[in-house]
Every structure is written in C-alpha cells, then in structure tokens.
Ligand binder design. Structure first.
Ligand code: GLS
Length: 809
C-alpha cells in the first residue's frame, strides 16, 4: 500500500514538479522526485511539531552553529520514517534501483569536519528524543570544497551543491531579518528621560530563512534546521540609482550577497577575516531576532526569554550572540542592563571544542569596531562590570584581571571570543572527560576558579542511525535478528552482544559482514583511484582532516618502516595490510598539503613494487565526505586515532569506527580514553605519551634529534623519505616535512615513533588469531553504546538546557 502510494507520488512529481518528458528523464530526476515525495511524507509531521511546540509553549533548544555537516538526506529520511523497503519497491516498479538513486544526492557539505558533523548528529538525536529544537546556521552557497588529487597533490574545486536544486529546503522569504553593519552610534535621551543608544549603520543586509525538516527516528517529531541566506535589502538601491550612483547600488548588492557565499575551509585555526566575523554576526543576529519575533507572536513577555529558549553556542563562532542579545534587549526592547544581563546568562550555554591556541578566536579591535561599533561599546560595558566582580573576588590580583579581560592588551588589542562566551553563559562544557579537565586547568582556568559551578563535561556522541543502521545494512540485519529492532534508539541493547562474542557461528556471520563491507569499499576505491585492494587483508584506516596534531605522518613512518623491513628481509612474515587514508587539508595549510603528497607518493612506490605489494598497499581516498564515510567506517578492521595526547578535544570518527566493530590503535587523547574504558584495556591498542608527559617534555625542551640518534631504523626511514626515493628522485618535495620532524616536531611524532611501531606489531599478532580478533571486534560494537549522540543529548537536555520531551500527534 505504502509502496504503491509512494510510486504514484514519484510519478506525479516527475510529471508536475520536474516536468521532463520521458525521453529526457535522468536518474537524477528520479532522485529528485523521490526526495520530494519523501519530504511530502514529513510535511504534516513537521507542521504538527511546530504547531505543538507553539501551543504548548514549551522550552526549545536553539543550537547555534556556523557549520552543519548534514550529509545526504534521502537515505536517512527513509530510514527514520521506516519506509526504505517501500521506496525500494516503488522505484523497482519504475525500473530504477534505490542505491543508484541515493548516489545522485549532492551532499550539503556545510561544515569542515567533526564540529559540523557533531551538530548534525545532535539534530538527529534531538528529533529522535522528541525534544523541541531548531538548528540555526548559514546557508553557504558553496560548502566545503571538493578535493581532487592530481599527481599526488590536493586541488580544491568549488562545491556547487545547489547547482541542480535542493529538494529538502523550503524557502521562507517572508521570514526576513535585517542586519546592520558598520557605521557609528549616537547617544540620546528618550521620551522618558533615559539614556539610549542608536546604531546608525553603514549598510543593512537582509537575511531570509531556508528551512529543512529534521525527521526523528520512529517518532512523529520533525524539527527544523533554519539556515540564513544573505541578500541586498533591495536588488537595486533606488536612492542611489536615482542620484545616479548606479555602481554604488550594484556594489551593495554584491557585498550583501557575498556574506553567505562560501564556508571558510579551515577546521581548527581561526582565519581572522573581516568577512568571517560578518558571517558570524549575520547568522546570529538573524537567529536571535527571529526568536524574539516568535516570542512576540506567542504573546510571551520578553522577560521570559530564558524560560522559553536554551541557546547553545557551538564553539565561539556564534559567541557574538552574547553582545547581540544584550543589544536587542537593551537598545531595542528597552530593558534595563541588569535584567537583560540576567536573561542573557540564563539563556546561553557554551561548548568549547578545542584547546589549540591557533584556533581560539580573537578579533583585532579596529576590525571589530569597523564592523560592529555598538557591540564594542556593549562588550566594554560587560567587561567593566565583569572585571569589577573579578577584583572583588580576587583583590590585588591585577595579573588575573588582565588574563581574564574580554580585551587582550598584549600586542595589538583584540576581543577574546572564548572569554565573551564564558562570561555570558551559565554553563560551559568540554567534549570529552580529558578535554574538559584540561579546559579547567589551562585555557579557562581562571574562569573555572571564578565559577566552578558553570563547568561540566559532555562527552561527544554520534548517531547510531546514520553511522550504523544506514551505513552498515549487513550489520543492521544481524543486530535486528539478534537484539530485536529497538537497538537504534536503545543502544544499551548492544551489550547483549558480549554474550554472543563466545559463539563461533555468530563470529563467522560477523566476519562475513565485515568482509562484504570491505569488498564494497574496495570496489569504491578501485573506481576512484585504480588501486586494487584485497578484502581479506587487514584494513587499517585513518580518515579525518589532515592536521599535524592528528599525525597522519606518524602513520606514514610506520608504513615506510614496514616497507624497508620487507625490502631488507623478503622472507619476513607479516600479515598483509591495506593502509587507507582520507581527509581534506585547509587550502592554505602548507604542511598538511605536503603530508597528502607524501601519502600518495609512498602509495605510488609501494603499490608498484612487486617485492612488497602482495603484503602491503596504500590508498588515499579522494574527497572524504559524509557519503563515502558511510562506506569507510563499516569496512575498517583497525581505526587509527594517533593524535598527540592533549590535542584532540574528543574525536568522533573514533566512535564511528568503534560502533562498526573496528579495533582502535590510539593514544590516551580525547574520547579515546573513554573508548578504552568502555571496551576494556585488553581490547584496545594503546601506545604513546600521556598528555602530562607531553607537557613535561615540552617544558623541559624537546630534542627530536635525540630520538633519531638513538634509533637507527627511524633515521633510515627519514633518510629514505628525504632522499627522493618516493618522489622520483626529487629530494626537495619532502625536505620540509623531514626538516620539520627533525628540528622542531611540534607534535612529538618522533617521541612516539618507537612505541607506535611496537604497538603495530601487537596488532599483527592479534590479527593472526582470527577468532580472537572477531571477539574483540564484537566487543567494540557491544560496548559502544556510551558514544551514541542520544546519551550526549539527554545529558545536555537534563543538565544544561532543561528541555523536556514533547509528544507530537
Ligand atoms: C573539533 C575537535 O577538533 C574534535 O576533536 C571534536 O571531536 C569536534 C567536535 O567536538 O570538534 N574542534 C574543531 O574546531 N573541529 C573539530 O572537529
């Protein structure tokens, strides 16, 4: 019945919405028609959800994030609606294959990596857990660039994801906000004799909303992702036009539309560009204005703002919201400062996602003042009152006052956005236990001493719907058969697998699923790189952004070590391995781009060398994104989580691998610590320095050359890379990488090298005992429940947001 109705809906959309005659129909048309038919099926749930939230006047989570890395919608929506089989049947009757149709979707890549994907997982969990929530962000016209590999180098192609339309969004031109830029402020006295400030902007940009439904799994709740797009206030500035300044009018249009043109492709380091601050302010102002407007529609007094909205700052990117809410409340709604401040602090929560100093956002004061003159005044006033409080709490401690100030005064004056977020939020959290502890001991130490009650940990999580049920249909079927169908929402059930790990027949089914997933990935890799991988080999995978702290180059040192050993000792017995990499480098990140070239150069040499290529191969999967990630995680035997301890705030790829039964080789960093706790030390390959040891070594001055001098194998590996052996005799290409490791090595790659190599030998031993390995693999999935984003979202709802479930009819 459902299938027949769906089929008819697809036929209707092909005819009425797409309008191609049968002769011109493409696979993409079927994708688009099915997407529209599926969206129709979410529509009444969506409207009911909005109406119910409005009627019940319940508190809503507002998740402010500059990035939402959603991944393809169609497969996920079919899964969450429970109509995959119906869609498959409907398409088959139209002579089409669902899997091929799913591949047509151009994924919305509106994020860089973990931070943006976390926001997407959290939206999935919020809807599934029936919590009223809206994600607010930016509708970038160009998302994260597409990566191509040419001669081993990364090249960046603009991501024209909207080229063929986007069936999931509904434009809401009537939901419009006006956002000021630049200009100056005027102080005046109002009718009642109070001192007021008016902001006279240089330019006004208009934001309009584009809404995407976020369907919960197995429930009617369907929340909203609201992305703002910028446009000129009028397509022509008629005044300028009439006064003959045609070019000024055109420039206004171009400048306005530029605001939401492109996502900045830097993952961790802040970019410090005027336009980036403009993007941040733009989407935050639209979102907060929108919240105030909805409050008004619901006839709720503005004083109750914090009872109705829990606004979460996903890192400091939206933290200008603290000053903007103050401006809206004080200047526009004419609330007194103290009242407005109490509302603001009650409203906001702040999640910190990194301790890396280069990623902590600060804005040069002159730039900030040019764009946001009124906000600078407000920040000065927040700071004045805040520093009075600090002085009262810690008398005669001016050093502390300087450290905590919202304004950095060493060198060029700047606004410290993490301080603004911390002062303006009632709750501050890190994203894994270790990270939250380090946060309290380092970057926000003074703030912790001032307000210990504001701090907590919320270990990240990932959605088991997309990253297990959808990505790994083979395992889904086995889990359904073994545990029943509730596990995607009741991940506690996964623990039942522990008993199954002892069952040889079950293990054999488990292995067959893994091998099929490896074959599926091998097919994909062959199609995209021409590299042929054998699915019976150990699949050793590292996929994530390319960054020195994540140490893809440590992985390469292991590969070259093995290569040398095999060349020197052709009879050496090692189990065959495929080393698989994927990840994008920020376009301006010199060292990261060299590391990609190094991986590809080593791959080229090894894959072509008959002395070794029956026992090892290397592949770099181009353009790592959510879509191919869904093929990659389920195919992994070994997950590489080898960052320098203390640098990876949490990691979430580590969780996706674990969920799919990969074993982890890793350092005690981020959520690895908790993964190891959950699965047990005996089921985790641990190596390397601890965060404390890293800090101590750095304090006492680190000498990478000592490690080279005392380890001939390491020296030989570095020399081989430096010699041009992997670069057709060109000894220049990798000099910068080798020099960096030899003379500076900021992430202690060489200090961890020997331990890593030794640990990889333990991996080999374990892999050779197939039954034991499978048992460990099963235990990893069995113990992965903690890393469901449902657990994380429950904690946020209960401990920070105070938001309850709402049943939608
Ligand atoms: C990040 C961290 O680097 C990751 O460790 C973390 O898992 C993620 C989500 O909390 O946030 N911070 C960042 O700026 N980009 C990230 O991926």
């Amino acid at each position: 019945m459902q299938a027949a109705a769906l089929k008819q809906a697809v036929i209707d959309h092909l005819h009425y919405s797409i309008g191609h005659p049968p002769v011109a129909m493409t696979l993409h048309d079927y994708y688009y028609a099915l997407a529209l038919a599926v969206r129709d099926r979410m529509q009444h749930r969506w409207l009911n959800t909005i109406q119910t939230n409005f009627d019940l006047k319940r508190k809503i989570v507002c998740y402010l994030s500059a990035e939402f890395l959603m991944g393809p919608h169609l497969g996920n929506n079919l899964l969450n609606l429970g109509i995959e089989q119906e869609a498959r049947t409907a398409l088959a009757e139209l002579g089409q294959d669902l899997d091929s149709v799913l591949e047509c979707e151009e994924e919305p890549g509106l994020g860089n990596g973990g931070l943006g994907r976390l926001a997407a997982c959290y939206l999935d969990s919020l809807a599934t857990l029936q919590r009223p929530a809206v994600g607010f962000g930016i509708r970038y016209e160009f998302g994260i660039f597409d990566q191509e590999i040419h001669d081993g180098w990364q090249t960046e192609i603009t991501d024209k994801w909207l080229r063929y339309g986007n069936p999931w969004e509904i434009a809401k031109p009537e939901v419009a906000c006006y956002v000021n830029w630049g200009g100056h402020t005027e102080h005046y006295r109002d009718e009642a004799g109070s001192d007021r400030v008016r902001w006279v902007p240089y330019r006004v940009v208009k934001g309009t909303a584009f809404d995407t439904p976020i369907q919960g799994y197995g429930v009617n709740n369907c929340n909203t992702l609201r992305l703002w797009s910028a446009e000129a206030v009028e397509s022509f500035d008629f005044q300028a036009f009439n006064t003959g300044d045609y070019y000024q009018a055109v420039e206004d249009k171009v400048v306005s539309e530029t605001v939401t043109k492109v996502l900045y492709p830097n993952d961790e380091p802040q970019i410090g560009k005027h336009l980036r601050l403009g993007q941040q302010y733009f989407f935050v102002s639209c979102s907060l204005q929108n919240l105030l407007h909805i409050l008004e529609l619901a006839d709720v007094p503005v004083e109750n703002f914090a009872e109705r909205y829990a606004v979460q700052l996903n890192d400091t990117h939206p933290s200008i919201g603290v000053a903007e809410l103050m401006r809206l409340l004080v200047d526009e709604r004419r609330l007194g400062w103290d009242k407005a401040w109490a509302i603001t602090v009650q409203t906001f929560g702040y999640t910190n996602h990194t301790l890396l100093p280069e990623a902590l956002e600060t804005w040069p004061l002159p730039m900030f003042q040019t764009l946001l003159p009124r906000h600078l005044e407000i920040i000065y006033e927040i700071n004045r009152r805040f520093l009075d409080e600090v002085r009262a709490r810690f008398p005669r401690d001016e050093a502390r006052v300087a450290r905590m100030s919202l304004i950095g005064e060493a060198g060029e004056k700047c606004i410290r956005m993490a301080h603004l977020a911390a002062v303006g939020s009632h709750a501050i959290n890190g994203v894994a236990a270790l990270h939250s502890d380090l946060l309290k001991a380092s970057v926000l130490k003074d703030f912790y001493e001032m307000w210990p009650e504001r701090f907590s940990n919320k270990t990240n999580g990932v959605t088991p719907r997309r990253f297990l049920a959808l990505a790994n249909p083979g395992l889904r079927a086995l889990l359904n058969e073994t545990l029943g169908g509730q596990w995607p929402v009741e991940v506690g059930w996964l623990h039942e697998l522990e008993a199954k790990a002892g069952d040889a027949a079950f293990r054999s089914k488990w292995r067959a699923i893994k091998e099929a997933n490896k074959k599926r990935l091998a097919d994909y890799i062959r199609a995209h790189t021409d590299i042929e991988l054998d699915p019976t080999w150990l699949f050793d995978i590292q996929v994530k952004r390319i960054h020195e702290y994540k140490r893809q180059h440590l992985n390469v040192l292991h590969i070259v070590t093995l290569y040398r050993r095999l060349k020197e000792n052709p009879g050496l017995k090692i189990p065959p391995r495929a080393f698989i990499f994927g990840g994008k480098a920020a376009p301006g990140y010199f060292m990261a781009k060299r590391i990609i070239k190094l991986i590809n150069a080593v791959a080229e040499t090894i894959n072509a060398d008959p002395d070794v290529n029956t026992r090892m191969k290397v592949a770099f999967v181009p353009n790592f994104n959510v879509q191919n990630a869904q093929l990659i995680y389920p195919a992994a035997d070994l997950s590489e989580q080898i960052s320098t301890a203390g640098k990876e705030a949490s990691g979430t790829g580590n969780m996706k691998f674990m969920l799919n039964g990969a074993l982890t080789i890793g350092t005690l960093d981020g959520a690895n610590v908790e993964i190891r706790e959950e699965v047990g030390a005996e089921n985790f390959f641990l190596f390397g320095l601890t965060a404390e040891e890293v800090e101590r070594i750095k304090r006492e001055r680190y000498h990478p050359t000592d490690y080279i001098a005392s380890n001939p194998e390491l020296r030989a590996v570095l020399e081989l890379i430096n010699s041009g052996y992997f670069s057709r005799g060109d000894a220049e290409v990798f000099r910068s990488v080798v020099d960096n490791l030899t003379f500076s090595d900021p992430f202690l790659v060489l200090a961890d090298y020997a331990a890593y190599i030794a640990c990889q030998e333990q991996v080999n031993v374990a892999w050779q005992d197939k039954e034991k390995w499978t048992r460990m693999s099963i235990l990893n999935t069995a113990c992965s429940g903690k890393f469901s984003s449902d657990r994380a979202i429950r904690e946020y709802c209960d401990e920070i947001w105070n938001v309850q479930p709402v049943t939608v009819k």
